[in-house]
Ligand binder design. Structure first.
Ligand SMILES: [Zn+2]
Length: 242
């Protein structure tokens, strides 16, 4: 454990924080509950099949959004539980590996993918001035990379996607209108694209709900000649939970 972790643990105790799942005093998500989430049957795989059903991309997620996913992600993004970026990063790393291992198992990727190359993480772009004053996804991705490194998997955070124009709120729009609203709002930075290392490219986000944002990220990358392997998110609003 790093000194900064001790400091934040102390801060959690001073602030009277408790685990959001089991109420144990201390961290917002205790180590025991994190392990329960990682070992349980909370995550899963979906497919983003809108672009071309024959080449549907796997979408891996660690938590269902409607239950525990929203509790943790909203506490992190909206209610100041910033240290949740550590366990949320671990969960994102789990989802990433789940997606890639699935593709290795079905022969889409070669078995050397995780050992012979560099995993390229392409975060969906956030607003230039995030509403809460911090880039929530960047913190999660940073800790996902630490977890990947701990498992001897090299990765890069490639900010290849940027917003080319803003769009209005997606709240209260149905899926079809979300997709049409988000379409054409992203583009790939050519300066970053041209320096991407060889390796699978995975679009990463904290939450995937309708899939409109992830779909636009894939479109922008593919329009720029970048082949996307999968999408990974901490939480997904699964069909079963609707
Ligand atoms: Zn707990």
């Amino acid at each position: 454990m790093q000194l900064s972790d001790w400091g934040s643990d102390l801060a959690d105790l001073v602030l009277g924080r408790a685990c959001l799942m089991c109420s144990a005093p201390g961290r917002s998500l205790c180590g025991s509950c994190l392990e329960t989430l990682r070992s349980g049957d909370h995550g899963g795989m979906g497919r983003l099949d809108d672009l071309d059903p024959r080449r549907a991309l796997p979408l891996a997620y660690a938590l269902p959004y409607r239950t525990i996913g929203s509790t943790l992600v909203l506490a992190y993004k909206e209610h100041g539980h910033h240290r949740l970026q550590v366990p949320l990063g671990v969960l994102l790393a789990d989802a990433l590996l789940h997606a890639l291992e699935g593709q290795i198992a079905d022969g889409t990727l070669t078995s050397g993918t995780l050992t012979g190359g560099t995993l390229v993480l392409a975060p969906v772009p956030s607003h230039p001035r995030p509403a809460r004053g911090f880039d929530a996804l960047a913190g999660i991705v940073r800790h996902a990379q630490r977890e990947l490194a701990r498992r001897h998997i090299p990765s890069v955070n490639a900010p290849v996607l940027q917003l080319s124009r803003r769009h209005g709120t997606l709240k209260r729009l149905d899926r079809r209108h979300r997709i049409s609203t988000v379409h054409g709002t992203m583009r790939a930075r050519e300066s970053v694209r041209d320096r991407l290392p060889p390796g699978p490219v995975v679009v990463v986000d904290d939450v995937v709900t309708s899939g409109a944002t992830a779909r636009e990220a894939i479109r922008a990358l593919q329009a720029s000649g970048v082949r996307v392997t999968a999408v990974a998110a901490v939480a997904h609003q699964t069909a079963q939970a609707r």
